[in-house]
Design a protein around this ligand. Structure first.
Ligand code: ADP
Ligand code: MG
Length: 261
């Protein structure tokens, strides 16, 4: 069968109808290439489907990145892992593989301000998104506000269901802003809802011993910690502030520069 000229148009329309837009884009060049390199029919079809699959994977990851609300500049490539201990680095290697998500394990990052907790969790999460996993990054205070609004509008269970679709939720800076009892109640509801069902990754400047400041009463505090810790990986970043260290380094470099003859 020889393809008539206008059958090219029909072919394009069919590919559009079948939502095979990458194949539609590339089939003419690929056909020229196939003729030039004497590819078999199978090889040609293989190339076309490969291009379609690649394009879809790309689009999906771009969508997951958008939906994750992760700060894209906080990736592994800008994170200095040499600051961390060998043990911590080993933990990171395991986390990047992503199997903890399937077990709904939590990742709890503690350390003083500026030690790199937020950057580290974001960097891990960005790697996971590249692998096709779904993540949501949210500052704790914003999450609490969203949950409160949902509760007021009687849509809390719907909101929790939406959040349950994510493999992991990063709750950044729990306990940083002092919150009221009702605010903490909704946060507790979320933690209880995700327990053994979905990963929570969180950062905090406060050690557990001070979490009563967050959850207000001893019972809720104990219950929250218990659920978080049960299946968890703890990352202790007992490091000096990265920002402080960098600015000190800069001052020292300037001094050396000044003292040069
Ligand atoms: P924390 O959440 O512990 O307060 P951040 O993750 O916000 O700290 O880090 C503070 C700043 O220092 C950010 O701009 C972050 O990108 C940078 N930073 C921290 N640790 C590192 C690191 N190991 N490598 C590169 N940048 C870092
Ligand atoms: Mg932080």
């Amino acid at each position: 069968m020889i393809m008539a000229k206008d059958s090219h148009g029909v072919l394009n329309m069919r590919l559009k109808e079948l939502h095979l837009s990458a194949m539609r884009e590339c089939w003419p060049q690929e056909a020229d290439l196939a003729r030039k390199e004497s590819l078999t029919y199978e090889q040609y079809l293989f190339e076309l489907t490969e291009r379609e699959c690649e394009a879809r994977k790309h689009a999906r990851i771009a969508r997951l990145l958008r939906e994750s609300r992760l700060p894209l500049e906080k990736g592994m490539e800008t994170f200095d892992r040499k600051r961390l201990s060998t043990k911590l680095n080993a933990h990171i290697d395991v986390l990047i593989e992503g199997s903890f998500l399937g077990r709904a394990e939590n990742v709890l990052a503690f350390g003083n301000p500026g030690s790199g907790k937020t950057h580290l969790l974001c960097a891990i999460a960005l790697e996971l998104v590249q692998k096709g996993r779904t993540v949501l990054f949210t500052p704790c205070s914003l999450l609490v506000q969203d949950l409160l609004v949902a509760k007021r509008e009687l849509t809390l269970s719907k909101t929790l269901k939406k959040l349950a679709r994510f493999d992991a939720i990063i709750i950044d800076d729990i306990g940083y802003v002092q919150q009221s009892r009702v605010e903490m109640e909704v946060l507790f509801t979320l933690l209880a809802d995700r327990y053994e069902r979905g990963t929570v990754m969180l950062t905090s400047n406060l050690p557990f011993s001070k979490w009563e400041q967050i959850f207000k009463d001893p019972m809720t505090t104990a219950a929250a910690i218990d659920r978080l810790v049960h299946h968890s990986i703890m990352l202790e970043l007992n490091l000096p502030s990265y920002r402080l260290e960098k600015s000190k380094q800069k001052i020292n470099e300037e001094k050396i520069e000044e003292n040069k003859p």
